[in-house]
Write a protein that binds this ligand. Structure first.
Ligand code: FES
Length: 81
C-alpha cells in the first residue's frame, strides 16, 4: 500500500487501521467501529473490502480504515488535521 510518497506492505492485521498503526503510520481514529468517521481517508487507487457496515456517510473516494482491509494494492491519502 502507498501512503503519501511511501510504500508499505499490508500486514495481515484485523483492519487497515491496525496495519497502519503496526507500521507506525499516523492515522486518525476514535471509535474503531465504523460509527464516528474519524478514520476517514481518501482511497486514491485500488480497492478495499469492508468487514462491517459503517454508520458514516462517505464520498465516493472515502473509506473508513477501522472496518476495512485492502483487496488490492492501494494508495491512500490521510487528511491532515
Ligand atoms: S474510527 Fe470511528 S469510524 Fe473508524
Amino acid at each position: 500500500m502507498k501512503v503519501g510518497n511511501n510504500t508499505f506492505y499490508y500486514q495481515y492485521e484485523p483492519s487497515l487501521l491496525d496495519s497502519l498503526e503496526a507500521q507506525e503510520i499516523q492515522a486518525p481514529y476514535n471509535c474503531r467501529a465504523g460509527y464516528c468517521g474519524r478514520c476517514k481517508v481518501r482511497l486514491l487507487t485500488g480497492e478495499v473490502k469492508y468487514l462491517d457496515e459503517g454508520m458514516v456517510d462517505l464520498k465516493e473516494e472515502e473509506i473508513l480504515t477501522c472496518i476495512c482491509v485492502p483487496k488490492t494494492h492501494i494508495e491512500i491519502e490521510i487528511p491532515e488535521d
